[in-house]
Design a protein around this ligand. Sequence first.
Ligand SMILES: C[S@@+](CC[C@H](N)C(=O)[O-])C[C@H]1O[C@@H](n2cnc3c(N)ncnc32)[C@H](O)[C@@H]1O
Length: 492
Amino acid sequence: MLIDVRAVAQLAGPDPVDVAGALAPVFGAIGSAALDLASLRVVCDWIQYRHNFYEPVEIRPVLADRPRQPEPDGGEPPARAGLEIAIDMRRGDDLAARISNALAEQAAPAEAVLLEPWRPASESCLWRFNTLYWQALSRWEEATGRQYEQALPGGRSEARDTGVAGDLIRELLRVWDELDARRALPEELYIAELGVGNGSQARTWLDTFADLDRQHGRDYYRRLHYLMGDYSAHVLDRARKAVAHHREKVSTLVLDATRPQQTLAFLRGKAFCVYISNVYDNLPTDDVASIRGHPYLVEVRACLRRADAARIARRYRTRPGELAALIHRLLRLGPDLLAEAAPGRLPAPSDAVAFWQATWSALRLQERYVPLDGLDAYQVTPAITGEILRPLLESSGDVRMHVSNGALASFAGTLPLLHPFGRLQCHDLFLSGPGAYLTGFHGPGKYDGSVVNWVNGPLLALAGNRRGFDVQITPAGRAGANVKTLTAQVRD
Ligand SMILES: C[S@@+](CC[C@H](N)C(=O)[O-])C[C@H]1O[C@@H](n2cnc3c(N)ncnc32)[C@H](O)[C@@H]1O
């Protein structure tokens, strides 16, 4: 039996977490449930996100083989090679009962209303909830009475930091002067930003640029093109208003940050800076794990627990069995059209938003570990195979980590857009070494209506290095903040 305690920071200090107390009921439950101890893993985490996708105790099968596709409904459960009991020590009360209940529910999976079949996490419908949040942001904010930025780490985005923008711009002016002296500076000076939110970063950047350029006296502002890209037309509208005083310099583009070249191919080799903050942590990701030396993909299944489903169904005059269809309609139509389409249950858009929020709050992920036939048989992005994971996955014993598929696709797709003297700059929740996955929980969590997952920084660094880029991950602005700055530039 393997016991993995990841709540490392909580083990020290004046009020350390009681690991022995948390584990005692595990041993009690193990005795009565006749579990195979040789293949049992107990993982103790500290899930810092008050809103997340897990119950305080989760049971996760480790499968012996990859199941046949598609898996038959109601058929025999696939053979198991082991079992994981995952405990959130932040909610460690009443563990004995929780463990027994979770083991019993595991044996009777009809306890939940399923929203999808088993699939890699990056394909789960939880990402459709995430997209809906950005597309219908005003509706959500109207209902909560607070702006999305208040849910970000530290309550505001690093994007507003004029000091950070100033340093970057001064360096840019220096590079442009040098290129100009060699007659190598292009006439058009492109800056792009992906995932613009409310436009604060763009406004901060453009205001600071206009000031510093005036002092610098070379009128680079005249040649500047600032491109703002986002997949939410609603967000882009909002951002455009924030930079209305720079309207001549700004273009907005609806684009998918995970496929920047689809829209920005014309920028290839031309962008002096691509800026992206608090977006990578919001892009779809899978998790992989190394268990006893073998690689596994974590498959998930979004669901509502039976009690939650019954409560929501009662409130919206439907049956638990019809809830999944109503939720998928919400994800397809959004709250305004859903209210028009189902006026009996949801008379006004605000009712549809309340339904959305209740469902999101109750949304849980069941998880299981599925063996990978080989890392090269797993596709991280259309262009990158799982082989890239090998040095990280094989360096830390038993470990589970994010693949950061969306972030990696975005990063690798953005590098070719850079001018040889350009740089990619990201502020985000980057992990800076694979060992960090052994010492704490790094997502997924819920920030209001969106998803947050820390980003596998070493993986991005590896991908950048292999393409001839120097990648640095350094602490960002505020002392003690979790957000870090990743910078990628062509290697000298
Ligand atoms: C947390 S906000 C960050 C906004 C801003 N950069 C900041 O730091 O305040 C995430 C932004 O990324 C956008 N976004 C998320 N996924 C995206 C995708 N796949 N393609 C384009 N934009 C995306 C959202 O619409 C939203 O504007």
